[in-house]
Design a protein around this ligand. Structure first.
Ligand code: PMT
Length: 222
């Protein structure tokens, strides 16, 4: 029997990739499948929480009982996350947001012949950092969790992000291997807290990782 320890709490989760258009047929994105974020949304709902899931394009059904808001770009994700922020008690930002977007998306398809066999350059502009904006706005009663996807220096980069983005906790995972991070059904995560403590979640199904992560959030919130 699942304990309903999130009853009365509102949880705002983001999941999946963002896609940033180059022209009407092409885009810049990443390998996020949404599995980790959807597992967290599902686990939070099962534990009695009221869950809003802001999701980039993925091939997953919305978990039963969860309100899903579909977005594509970072700008759209930012606007939905920020307009749902005030009501949220716990914010968990699992989405893999594109840090850069093409500056000037074309309204017509870019044709190969226009390019005269030369290299094609796409100028990119920095996207807003949604999690940093949330960290700046958060109240003392809100608990904000970020994820860190790293290929190297997991601990160092995670600790930098927790500070820079004013988070209560960051879940750091290594990406680039087949059994953790992007697309896999399993993950291996290190949870770093603001107070310097650390909790290790060894390799296991993302569903189980989600439950343990929520246990740790509830414990820290007291
Ligand atoms: O979806 P899956 O296939 O299951 O894969 C899961 C996952 C690998 C995507 C997930 O576990 C994960 O690590 N998510 C975070 C991916 C990421 O963008 O990490 P980052 O280190 O680049 O960003 C750090 C944090 O800032 C993240 O919480 C991210 O949502 C947030 N961010 C980043 C950039 C930006 N412009 N705005 C943001 O809010």
């Amino acid at each position: 029997l699942t304990r309903k320890d999130l009853k009365g709490k509102k949880i705002l989760v983001s999941a999946g990739p963002t896609v940033e258009p180059i022209d009407p047929v092409r885009f810049v994105s990443n390998h996020s499948s949404g599995k980790m974020g959807y597992a967290i949304a599902r686990a939070a709902e099962k534990r009695g929480g009221t869950v809003t899931l802001v999701s980039g394009p993925v091939n997953l059904d919305a978990p039963v009982g969860v309100e899903r808001i579909d977005v594509e770009t970072c700008e759209q994700m930012a606007s939905q996350m920020l307009s749902n922020l005030d009501q949220a008690d716990i914010i968990i930002k699992v989405a893999a947001v594109a840090d850069y977007k093409p500056i000037d998306p074309k309204t017509s398809k870019i044709k190969k012949k226009d390019n005269n066999n030369k290299d094609l350059c796409i100028s990119m502009a920095e996207n807003p950092d949604i999690l940093k904006l949330i960290g700046e706005k958060k109240t003392k009663d809100q608990f904000v969790v970020g994820f860190a996807a790293e290929t190297d220096d997991l601990e160092k980069n995670a600790l930098l992000k927790i500070k820079k983005k004013n988070l209560d906790m960051i879940a750091a995972n290594l990406v680039g291997s087949s059994d953790s991070g992007f697309k896999a059904d399993t993950n291996k995560v290190k949870l770093f807290f603001r107070d310097g403590s650390l909790f290790d979640i060894p390799l296991m199904e993302k569903e189980k990782v989600a439950d343990i992560l929520i246990d740790q959030v509830i414990k820290k919130m007291g």
